[in-house]
Design a protein around this ligand. Structure first.
Ligand code: ZN
Length: 137
């Protein structure tokens, strides 16, 4: 933070700012520097100081934030993919289990059907033996 050169109090936002452009040999471009006029809230001292280029910082911050978000997003995607994979595996396992249970149930139903058929035959032959069927109205 910018502070008053007289008393060291942290300065509030500048009451006036302006930008100067400077050719920069390092970046082979133009560097913009923002200067500001500050008035100390403690001693009233007015002074000039460089203003941190908020735009630059926030762009950098935004870029970093985007990177973070991208990272989170990729992580989320990865997690989702893994979860989907797990769910798919679980699903196919359950389908296989259901298939097997169905087959077992069908086999059991078949067995019961043939048993019932045999019992019917038995009942029928017993009735014939006892003549019950003929006595029924
Ligand atoms: Zn001051």
């Amino acid at each position: 933070m910018t502070s008053c050169p007289e008393c060291g109090t942290e300065a509030n936002a500048p009451y006036k700012t302006w930008s100067i452009s400077r050719k920069s040999s390092k970046t082979a471009g133009i560097t913009e520097i923002t200067l500001g006029m500050y008035e100390c809230s403690e001693c009233g001292n007015k002074f000039r100081a460089g203003v941190r280029n908020k735009g630059e910082i926030s762009i950098k911050g935004v870029a970093e934030r985007i990177k973070d978000i991208e990272g989170e997003f990729l992580n989320t995607l990865k997690n989702l993919r893994e979860k989907l994979k797990t769910l798919e595996t679980e699903r196919s396992n359950l389908l296989m289990e259901i298939d097997e249970l169905k087959k077992m149930a069908e086999a059991k139903a078949d067995a019961l059907e043939s048993e019932i058929g045999m019992l019917r035959d038995e009942v029928q032959s017993l009735k014939q033996l006892l003549g019950v069927g003929e006595m029924d109205p």
